[in-house]
Design a protein. Structure first.
Length: 167
């Protein structure tokens, strides 16, 4: 569906509050879609999803469309909270910029992004991925020192899209 057609559907069925990030039903589309209630539900990926004409859309994409009247290919949640759809928390980005703003993987040896335990060196290692290539930042005595090294490199390479450990 084209952006303009989707925008018309949104304007017909939904009301978006850019300050709260909440999208509510404007008219009763079914027995489940009550007027004034928050539209949609939280899907498997953690994003709020809203169904329009038998197709499901992520709420942040609809919020962006209803505000700016176009849809970029990627939209980033600045604070990494997938259900915080306030317009000040949403920004257009590239795929690469969106991946820069990801939190750390939960299945790692460290609680910090870009940090892992190196068994052979018996030290914490920091690394960062730039243009799909891993860059080694060094070995550190403490996990927090490695996290600081990652943060410094992330700010340098990713700027406003850097997801920092804030150690």
């Amino acid at each position: 569906m084209k952006d303009q057609e989707l925008l018309e559907l949104c304007n017909k069925y939904l009301i978006y509050n850019p300050e709260t990030g909440i999208i509510v039903n404007k008219i009763d589309r079914s027995t489940k879609a009550r007027i004034g209630r928050e539209s949609g539900c939280i899907g498997n990926g953690g994003y709020r999803r809203i169904k329009l004409r038998d197709k499901s859309y992520r709420a942040h994409r609809l919020a962006y469309l209803m505000t700016y009247e176009y849809l970029p290919e990627f939209i980033d949640h600045i604070n990494q909270n997938k259900i915080d759809n306030r317009i000040i928390n949403l920004r257009s980005c590239t795929k690469q910029e969106n991946s820069m703003n990801r939190r750390s993987n939960k299945n790692t040896s460290s609680k910090y992004k870009g940090v892992s335990w190196h068994k052979n060196a018996k030290k914490w290692m920091a690394k960062i991925k730039i243009d799909s290539k891993a860059k080694h930042l060094g070995y550190f005595q403490t996990e927090s020192d490695a996290a600081k090294a990652y943060d410094k490199a992330a700010l340098e390479h990713f700027g406003e899209f850097a997801c920092l450990n804030n150690v």
